[in-house]
Design a protein around this ligand. Sequence first.
Ligand code: FES
Length: 126
Amino acid sequence: MFQYNEKVMEHFANPRNVGEIPNADGIGEVGNPVCGDMMTFYIKVKDGKLDDVKFKTFGCGAAIAVSSMVSEMAKGMTLEQAMQLSNKDVAEQLGGLPENKLHCSNLGADALHKAIENYREKHKEI
Ligand code: FES
């Protein structure tokens, strides 16, 4: 038996930044090999910073809370800072996750990093 703390429950009940960004500058999608759940992050970039971050998920409650937190933390960060954002940082910011739910926290930051890579691919100088 495990329990989620209040902060996790609060983000699960009121997830921030859910949805899609039309004409997103970068899109990152990852699947969780442990459970098969999916996560997609959308980003808008302005002046080298994350101007907007949104996500959609077919994930569990922990994945929703994590992505909500990732989106809040990442907004306003430079791309470099956002690439440094780790799953551990997010889980810590949420006050911890139950041990058997730690794999769920991988989805959020991984999908964000993929969205940034996608943006960089598209905007590569030729
Ligand atoms: Fe799949 Fe949590 S059980 S993301």
